[in-house]
Every structure is written in structure tokens, then in C-alpha cells.
Write a protein that binds this ligand. Structure first.
Ligand code: B12
Ligand code: SF4
Ligand code: SF4
Length: 349
């Protein structure tokens, strides 16, 4: 009797990057790459960015700046960072295609389920699978958005995409409507080639930003960014910033919508990212008239919980003022003969 080949019986010497990428695909990730845990020059921009005040009131960025400067401050034995990208684009028009100032604009990443939960669970599954498969134990930490990691820099070095002038990571095949997640680990995996900048001479995002928040290529001033103002900022929105919000009530997609790399972005069929009926094509008045209970129910398990009902109401109120002013600017006495103040009072009644 001939016994099995000895080479076939031997366990693998190490878990390979190719096996991890194949498993990532099985788990629903669209992109996966590996970056070295190295001293990448772009990591150093964070300090200067914060010093210039571009981090606004996001004090957590200041508190964790040292750890964010290098993943080896988070996992000292780190050798590589596995980065995944997940497409969340769905079959709905861009905000820039909508001329109605009464339509509530909500960033598409927030239309479905909370990506922290969905991607977080998939990332933990990938890490658990790696631990099972690896012939040797290793150290690792997995993060989706909320960890002290500059995810975009590692995404660029993992070959997921380049950091565009709008500061978003753009993949040449599927565009920038992607969530990022990172697993910092001590495994010496084979790394990918970094993505190359393909913005060229284009400046469409810088020109289209409604609040001039992209102060120079790749540099965003959060204090001016609608995404910051509507999601992260607590308390009142400063008077001077209100008109710039237009009808954006949660986040902003303009600098990605105008990007040529998103002109024919593929759409995800994943049920997690499909728009919830409560936000799908909703207008400002309908949102304003919803009860707290209705809003709370719609926010449950969605990425929009960050602003809470109170924050959403604040934003809708600013957007209603903007819509009323816009309507009165285009028709002398307003479509219904009301003044802007009457329109707003009607909405609140
Ligand atoms: C803080 C934060 C914000 C802040 C600040 C945004 C920002 N540009 O930093 C606010 C609230 C404004 C925000 C908005 C949005 N965010 Co956000 N955000 C983050 C977070 C938590 C940290 C980002 C960070 O480190 N910023 C610090 C600065 C320094 O980084 P940066 O602006 O990206 O700058 C890089 C380059 O542009 C360049 N750079 C910076 N300065 C300079 C200077 C020079 C001279 C040069 C050449 C280059 C350069 O180097 C930097 C390296 O990090 C990450 C998650 C994470 N942990 O990484 C998500 C993250 C970046 N956000 C994300 C998303 C989806 C959004 C929004 C699209 C949401 C929305 N629709 O409203 C918008 C997009 C706005 C935009 N154009 O960036 C995704 C981005 C996915 C992608 N494809 O890139 C991330 C990765 C979350 C995730 N896990 O998916 N966000
Ligand atoms: S998210 Fe909106 S406000 Fe912020 S930089 Fe992009 S276009 Fe400007
Ligand atoms: S709009 Fe143009 S400049 Fe801006 S990120 Fe896209 S390709 Fe780059």
C-alpha cells in the first residue's frame, strides 16, 4: 500500500495573503489588500492638519494623535495591515442631480444599516478565520472607522485605491463609494503595491464643494465641511455656516458625486446598504413632521444614530430655512405667497 505524499500532509508554514484575500471575498468584501506597517510619509500630515484646526471639535482625533501616527503604537508587533473595501453604492440618483431644494439630502453611506455593525462583524469573522488557519499564533486588532488608525493611508499602501484630492480613497475599478476596515497584525504577509494617484489635472471636487472645505488638494477643513457640521458638530450650527448646508441634513456626497471615477460606479445588491423607506427620496417637510418615536424607530441600527433625533431635527430645521429662502429667491412672493418665516412655521405646525 502506498501512503499519502509526505508534502501533502505537512501543515502550511504560514497563512498566505492570497488565502486571506480569498476568504475576504467569501465574507462579502469587494476589495482586500495588504500594506506594510511602516513609517509612511502621509501619516505625518495628521499632526499638521490638527495644528491648523482642521479637526474642528473632534477632540478624539487629538487625544489619539500619537497612536494614529503609526499602527505600531497600537499593536507593537505589527508587521502588516490588511485593508478591506466594501462597495455601498445603490441605485439612486446623486444629490447633484436633484434640483428640488425641498428634498432632504442624506449621504448614501447612511441609507442602510450601520456599517460599523455590518462590516465590524465581517471583519471579526475574517480575523477569527485567520486565527483558526494560522499555524502560529499572532497578535491582531480589527477596526472599522472608530479605531486609532489612519485607514486611508493604509488603504493606499494596500493597493485598495489612491487618496484623491477630495481626500477619499478611490479604487480605479469601483470608485470611492467604499467603506474601509483594517486588521493590524503581526503576521509577515506578502504586501501589495501601493495605488498610484490618478486624479491628474482634475479639480472638479474642489470646485464643486458647496462650502469650499477642500482648501487645497487632499486637505479638508472639517470646520467648513457639511459632513462635519451635520454629523459631528454638537450644539448649534454657526449662523455663518447655515446657508452652505443647503438641503443636506446628514453628511454630504458632493465631492464624490462629481468625481469622474464615480460616474458609472457599480451598485451593491447587499441588502444591508439598500435605502431604508424612511429616508428614500424623503422631503424636508415630511422629515420635520415625523414624531420623535417615528424618527427613533427609523434610526435604530442605522449609521445615522450618531446625530441622534435632536441632531437630525436641528439639521432639518436649518435645511428648511435654506429651502424657504431658495424658493423666495426664485419667485418674488414664494410659490404660495408665504414669506420664508411663514413657510418654516407651516413646516413646524
Ligand atoms: C475624521 C473623519 C472624518 C472627518 C474629517 C474628514 C477628513 N478628510 O479627514 C469628517 C467628519 C469631515 C468626515 C467626513 C466624511 N467621511 Co470620514 N472619517 C474620518 C476618520 C474617522 C478619520 C480620518 C482622518 O484620519 N482624518 C485626518 C486627516 C489628516 O486625514 P485625511 O483628510 O484623510 O488626509 C489624508 C490625505 O488627504 C493627505 N493629506 C492631508 N493633509 C495633507 C497635506 C498635504 C500637503 C498633502 C499632499 C496631503 C495631505 O494625507 C492624509 C493622510 O491621512 C476616518 C476613519 C479612519 N479611522 O481613518 C473616516 C473616513 C475617512 N470617512 C469616511 C467617509 C465615508 C466619510 C464621508 C464620505 C461621509 C459623508 N458622506 O458625509 C465624508 C467625506 C468627506 C471627505 N471629503 O473626506 C470613510 C472614507 C472611505 C473612502 N472611500 O475614503 C472613512 C475611511 C471611514 C470608513 N471606515 O469607511 N470624516
Ligand atoms: S463632503 Fe461636502 S462639504 Fe465636505 S468636502 Fe466634500 S463636498 Fe465639501
Ligand atoms: S473629482 Fe477629480 S480631483 Fe477630485 S478626487 Fe475625483 S479625480 Fe481627483
Amino acid at each position: 500500500m502506498v501512503g499519502p505524499d509526505r508534502a501533502e500532509q505537512a501543515p502550511p508554514l504560514r497563512l498566505s495573503a492570497a488565502e486571506i484575500k480569498s476568504q475576504a471575498r467569501e465574507l462579502g468584501f469587494d476589495l482586500c489588500g495588504v500594506a506594510p506597517a511602516a513609517d509612511h510619509p502621509e501619516l505625518g500630515f495628521l499632526r499638521e492638519w490638527l495644528d491648523r484646526g482642521y479637526g474642528a471639535t473632534m477632540t478624539y482625533l487629538h487625544r489619539s494623535a500619537r497612536r494614529r501616527a503609526d499602527v505600531r503604537h497600537v499593536v507593537p508587533s505589527a508587521q502588516t495591515v490588511i485593508v478591506t473595501g466594501t462597495l455601498y453604492n445603490t441605485n439612486r440618483p446623486y444629490s447633484t442631480e436633484c434640483a428640488d431644494p425641498g428634498r432632504a439630502q442624506i449621504a448614501r453611506y447612511a441609507w442602510g444599516d450601520d456599517y460599523h455593525d455590518v462590516i465590524g462583524a465581517r471583519t471579526e469573522s475574517l480575523l477569527a478565520w485567520m486565527r483558526e488557519r494560522s499555524p502560529t499564533p499572532f497578535e491582531a486588532r480589527a477596526y472599522v472607522d472608530t479605531g486609532p488608525v489612519q485607514e486611508r493611508v493604509y488603504a493606499q499602501y494596500a493597493g485598495i485605491g489612491w487618496i484623491g484630492k477630495n481626500t477619499c480613497v478611490i479604487n480605479p475599478e469601483i470608485g470611492s463609494w467604499i467603506f474601509l476596515a483594517a486588521i493590524i497584525c503581526s503576521l509577515p504577509l506578502e504586501v501589495d503595491a501601493p495605488s498610484l494617484d490618478q486624479c491628474g489635472s482634475c479639480t472638479l471636487c474642489i470646485e464643486a464643494c458647496p462650502t469650499q472645505a477642500i482648501v487645497s488638494p487632499g486637505v479638508l477643513d472639517s470646520t467648513r465641511c457639511i459632513s462635519y457640521l451635520t454629523i459631528e458638530r454638537r450644539g448649534e450650527i454657526p449662523e455663518a455656516s447655515r446657508s452652505g448646508l443647503g438641503s443636506h441634513v446628514y453628511g454630504c456626497d458632493v465631492c464624490q458625486e462629481v468625481c469622474p471615477w464615480n460616474a458609472s460606479a457599480p451598485r451593491s445588491a447587499d441588502p444591508a446598504w439598500q435605502p431604508r423607506p424612511a429616508w428614500d427620496g424623503v422631503d424636508l417637510l415630511t422629515l420635520a413632521r415625523r414624531t420623535d418615536d417615528e424618527l427613533t424607530a427609523a434610526l435604530l441600527g442605522s449609521a445615522m444614530t450618531r446625530a441622534k433625533v435632536q441632531g437630525l431635527r436641528r439639521n432639518v430645521s436649518v435645511a428648511l430655512e435654506n429651502a424657504a429662502v431658495e424658493r423666495h429667491a426664485t419667485s418674488e412672493s414664494g410659490a404660495d405667497g408665504n414669506t420664508p418665516d411663514q413657510d418654516i412655521a407651516d413646516a413646524r405646525s
